[in-house]
Write a protein that binds this ligand. Structure first.
Ligand code: ASP
Length: 599
């Protein structure tokens, strides 16, 4: 910095080495304190905070400073000086110095904000979203946006180094099925017709492979119209990747490498190789296909122990083929009262359980919800099965295999949470492989793709598609992190005949296939390379990297849980003229919930 011309600096820059310099700083009034005849103002911008000090001797500046309030925007000129001994602030990067102001300009006045910006306190989320531009000023959102930027930059750098091209695919297209409803956009110039927003760039990236692009990536916006769920956004971002002439191992290697690189570059954290497990193994050990691998407490199958039990419910299950009795250890759980166990039973029921059996291995003797059916030998076997010690409890869930697994998996997470085994600063990545190709559609009872209809069956399994489709395994892999699915990928079908057959099996008519995917099947007739890829949820990655529990914390302008943007007030009704131009007529009255309704 030249010594006497004021140099414009951001608010996180100044240190002792700058003492004596004349500087200009711009920012918001973070906090004002009047003290000992002086006025202290913390000036805040994206970069940090600098303390500006106003002395009554600079009468004009002092008078203006007296009128300043939180969130006013100011520019000050002044000299950098060392803070008097004992008044340094070690929590601030600029805490050794301050700016003695000789000149201040008010660039913008602020009303009293609806919530404090300078302190990190809990604020109602609707209010934060309604005034998101204020919320973004707070330290938490500033940091989250920075981390997100670093993550995405690292991803781009990684793929650039590997010779991938980032190619933008359009948003106004036709349906791309990923299991949700499409958002439709009416066409004005082709009345009565609609574009669909992409649920993912899936079909387009496959066309890029047929188009010889070889290695594609994109930070892609996806749109899925799903029923509101706690942590879903109607639009979200994927790291979308596709490669030609590869097998599953190649893609797993590239994507795992990407996360290792990204964690290193963006967070300074070294990750080890990701553990892998088969889908069936994940369900057996953890009850879910996206296990949280930060802790153990694995499930044990204990049905044989109840084959001759007096407890008829479990005896029946133990003698049925498709049932499961899953047991799990609850560390230190014996300290729970009967009432606590009743509450835990209620929680299990909310998870879908018909009931919960518990055994408390208290030091002063065993207690259990089925005490009269237990003997020492059985308790000992259960204890060995789950690895429980004195002071622990054992939880047992019995049901049809999938239902028991699901409940036991959720209980495992609940216990992990209670025992503080889910440290947000720990990152346990993994792979789940060998998914089934199809599952039963809960509504129609027909076959539905477990991933999407472009996924190829595992080698040698094609023949099974006709005889036993639900037994067919797929070349489909998921990456998981801390109990979340980060994303899925697969090797794709590249034979037009097989692709058509899969469409037929999931219930599409010839007409639907031709209408929705005609161009796609046709493309395969012109030399389609073997190809595959994957997409990872960028919002989720950023959420976990930031130690947050909602993706709304890492999206600048998210929708709320009812898919509304509370700041812009969308969705909203359209003017009659616009509807007319679009050849649209609205049949249902506008739903409540706009600015005047509840969020
Ligand atoms: N398009 C898929 C998805 O959104 C990812 C992929 O198969 O590449 O889940």
């Amino acid at each position: 910095m030249a010594s006497n011309t004021p140099q414009k600096v951001s608010c996180g820059i100044l240190r002792l080495e700058h003492v004596g310099r004349d500087v200009e700083i711009n920012g918001w009034v973070n906090r004002r304190r009047d003290h000992g005849g002086l006025i202290f103002i913390d000036v805040r911008d994206h970069d940090g905070i600098t303390q500006a000090v106003f002395d009554p001797e600079q009468a004009e500046a002092f008078a203006l400073a007296e009128s300043l309030r939180s969130e006013d925007v100011i520019r000050v000129h002044g000299a950098v000086r060392r803070r008097p001994q004992g008044t340094e602030n070690p929590r601030l990067a600029t805490g050794d110095v301050e700016v003695g102001v000789h000149d201040v300009v008010i660039l913008g006045r602020s009303k009293t904000p609806p919530f404090p910006i300078s302190v990190d306190e809990d604020v109602d989320e609707s209010l934060r979203l309604r005034f998101r531009y204020l919320d973004l000023r707070r330290a938490r959102m500033q940091e989250n946006m920075r981390v997100r930027h670093r993550l995405v930059k690292a991803m781009r750098d990684y793929f650039d180094e590997l010779d991938f091209l980032e190619i933008e695919t359009p948003c106004l297209i036709k349906t791309t099925p990923e299991g949700a409803r499409d958002y439709l956009v009416p066409s004005r110039i082709h009345p009565g017709t609609f574009y669909a927003l992409p649920q993912s760039p899936q079909i387009l990236k496959q066309c890029l492979m047929i188009g010889g692009m070889g290695r594609y990536m994109q930070i892609a916006r996806c749109f899925r119209d799903e029923d509101p769920r706690a942590d879903r956004q109607p639009e979200f971002t994927q790291l979308d990747v596709e490669l030609s002439f590869v097998g599953q191992e190649d893609i797993i290697g590239v994507m795992e490498g990407c996360m290792i690189y990204t964690w290193r570059k963006a967070l300074g954290i070294e990750l080890g190789p990701f553990p892998r497990m088969r889908h069936a193994e994940a369900i057996a050990r953890f009850g879910v296909d996206k296990p949280d691998l930060r802790f153990g407490l694995e499930l044990s199958d204990v049905a044989p122990l109840f084959a001759h039990s007096e407890f008829s419910l479990f005896r029946t299950l133990a003698n049925e083929e498709k049932s499961r009795i899953a047991a799990l250890r609850y560390p230190d759980g014996a300290a729970l009262s009967r009432r606590d166990f009743d509450a835990l039973t209620e929680t299990a029921k909310e998870f879908g359980a018909k009931g919960l059996v518990w055994i408390a291995l208290a030091r002063d003797g065993m207690k259990s919800s089925i005490a009269r059916f237990l003997d020492d030998g059985l308790v000992e076997k259960l204890r060995t099965a789950v690895g429980a010690e004195n002071g622990d409890a054992i939880l047992l869930v019995g049901d049809e295999y999938a239902a028991a697994s699901d409940v036991a998996g959720k209980l495992r997470i609940e216990i992990g949470e209670r025992c503080k085994l889910r440290d947000p600063r720990k990152f346990a990545f993994g792979w789940v492989l060998d998914f089934p190709l199809f599952e039963r559609d809960a509504e129609t009872g027909g076959l539905a793709p477990a991933h999407h209809p472009f996924t190829a069956p595992a080698d040698g399994q094609e023949a099974l598609i006709d005889s036993d489709p639900l037994a067919v395994r797929a070349q489909h892999y998921d990456m998981i992190l801390n109990g979340y699915e980060l994303g899925s990928g697969s090797i794709r079908i590249h034979s037009p005949a097989l692709q058509k057959k899969i469409f037929e099996l999931i219930g599409l008519t010839d007409e639907e296939i031709a209408d929705r995917f005609g161009f796609f099947i046709e493309a395969f007739d012109y030399g389609a390379p073997p190809h595959g890829g994957m997409a990872l949820g960028v919002d989720r990655i950023a959420m976990l990297a930031c130690g947050e529990t909602s993706i709304r914390e890492v999206i600048a302008f998210p929708k709320n849980q009812m898919a509304r943007d509370l700041m812009i007030d969308a969705p909203s009704t359209a003017p009659e003229k616009t509807l007319r131009e679009l050849s649209l007529e609205v049949r249902a009255p506008a739903a409540k919930g706009g600015r005047t309704g509840s969020p």
